[in-house]
Structure formats: C-alpha cells, structure tokens
Design a binder for this molecule. Sequence first.
Ligand SMILES: C[S@@+](CC[C@H](N)C(=O)[O-])C[C@H]1O[C@@H](n2cnc3c(N)ncnc32)[C@H](O)[C@@H]1O
Ligand code: SF4
Ligand code: SF4
Length: 300
Amino acid sequence: MKLGHFFSLSWFGIKTILFKQKKPILGTIILTDHCNLSCKHCAVNNINNEMYSYESIVKEMKNFYKEGIRILFFCGGETLLWEDNGKDIKDLIIKAREIGFYIVNVVTNGTITLDIKEADIIFLSLDGLKDTHNLIRGDTYDTIMKNLNEANNSNICVYLAVNKLNYKEIEKVGKLSKNHPNINSISFNLHTPYKGTEYLALTKGEKREVIGKIKKMIKDNIPVFNLNSTLDNYLENNWKRPCNQCIVSEDNKRYVCGRCVEEEGLCEECGYLFAVEFSLLFNGNIKVIIDVLKTYLKYI
Ligand SMILES: C[S@@+](CC[C@H](N)C(=O)[O-])C[C@H]1O[C@@H](n2cnc3c(N)ncnc32)[C@H](O)[C@@H]1O
Ligand code: SF4
Ligand code: SF4
C-alpha cells in the first residue's frame, strides 16, 4: 500500500474513533446477482438475474468516492460473469483506480478465471477439500484448481465460509493455502444462517472448535487474513452491529454493513468476521488497532 494511502486511512480511523463518526470507508458494489452456481449456503444468487450497466456501476463508484469511500469491493452473484457491451471486470478495476480508490478487490467463485492482475486482492471462495467443496458448490473444485494453477498472479486470498459440512477441514485448506505459490492468504467467515440455510449453522460448541482452530493456524504461521484479537468477541457475540463503516450498493439501493441487514434477526447470528473486525476497529479497540497494523499490512 502506498504510504500516502496508509496515512489517509489512518486519519479516517482516528476521526471515526474520536468523533464517533458513522461515515463509511469500505464500499461494495454488486455487479450482478446472476450466478453459474447454486451453493447450498447462499441466498443471494439468481434472484432477479440482472447484470447492472457499466454506466450505473461507474456512477455509483463516483458517488462512493465523493462520499469518502476508498476501499472498493466488486461482488455478486458471480462477479466475473459481469459484462456490458464488451466491458468486463478489468475495465471496472481500471476505472476504479482512475477515480482514485486505494484498494480494489474482487470476490469470485473462481470458475471462470483468476488471471486478474489489476485487482489488489482476489477473494477466491473455496469451501473445503475436493469432495466437501463440491458437495457445497457443485462439481467445481478441479476447474478452480486449474484456474488457480494457471493464474499469473499471487494476489489471491482463499475465502472460506465455515459451516456444518466443512468445519472439520479448515486446517487442511489452511495448509493448502500456505503451500500454493499463487495463494497469498486465507480468510474465514462463519456461516450466517439466511432463511433456508439454518441447517448449516454451527452450534456454540462447534463455533468454539472452529475459532480455536483459526487461532492455532495463526500461531502456526498459516497466512490467516483475520484478526486474532477479534475472535473471542465473535464467540461471545459482544460487538456492535451493523458496522457503519461498510456499505453495499446493488441496483441503486444502499445497505449499511451488508444486504443481510434487512433480514430480521440475522445480524444477531452474523458470522461475517470482517464485520466483527471493522466494528471493533472503528469503535477504538486498542488491541484490534494494533492487530490491524500487524495483520492487514502483511497481506495488502
Ligand atoms: C455471495 S458470494 C459472491 C461472490 C462469488 N459468487 C463467490 O462465491 O465468491 C460472496 C461470499 O459470500 C459467502 N457466503 C454466501 N452465503 C454465505 C453465508 N450464508 N454465510 C457466510 N458466507 C456466505 C460465499 O461463500 C462467498 O465467499
Ligand atoms: S458462487 Fe457465490 S453467488 Fe453463486 S451461489 Fe455460490 S456463493 Fe452464491
Ligand atoms: S452484521 Fe452486517 S454482515 Fe453481519 S448479518 Fe448484519 S448486515 Fe450482514
């Protein structure tokens, strides 16, 4: 990260903490809800089957920037299926940089390509070793591995949503992530039980087991892109939500924190560790501030 960007983000953090500001710094734009998969744990695919236009996405990027947002995520549906009149994800990332965003990330299921050097981080969803991943995501593991091996870049962070079906395997995926030359890190979320996916939620005891394993991986130098200092707060469920510093935009509609904010009672069951981390950080938790400097700067 450029030094100027680092100082600017730090200044944002200081102002947010001192003056209890609610302004966002991290914005996500949903490019499409269309998806080529139908994963067991997901509730946001193929609802309207829409590809949003290049113009509307660029307009929202400019709005975000004017409002002070500097970290941009592109997400979906399947993000990399997005296209509009010959324009694709690379055009959007280049445009985002032109506008001035400091960090531009993409979240993908990895079935199309992972050759996107333009992104700072590609969050690649991988939900277990072959059989478990395929059980959750359909027969896609081999394609993803092929794309991973062929990627000409090493800006890839494995993104694993831990649930009832895969929680026994997370350490093995951690090791795979450490050993693969194109993988830079691994980041975990725990299952958030959207309507119809409640059966995949972990019990309190299983969550404790998972958090224990993530802590051990951090100790064993697996490149975990989560904050150790926030894991107990997740377990004890004692963090403030929604997180005001994150915002999601889909088709001209804005959501504070995540689209999930509108599902009654879901935030209480939230498993998105980024929300826990950002919430504690911007509420001025000293341990978390130090951990961010230690951890985030390693992987960005
Ligand atoms: C909705 S997907 C969109 C991007 C892309 N299609 C993908 O799968 O990475 C973004 C991330 O949300 C995760 N996710 C979906 N449903 C979830 C749930 N119920 N709890 C936690 N994470 C979830 C997915 O595993 C994925 O890593
Ligand atoms: S690939 Fe992503 S958007 Fe598509 S169903 Fe799976 S988690 Fe949902
Ligand atoms: S706290 Fe944020 S990320 Fe978690 S469920 Fe609520 S809106 Fe979604």
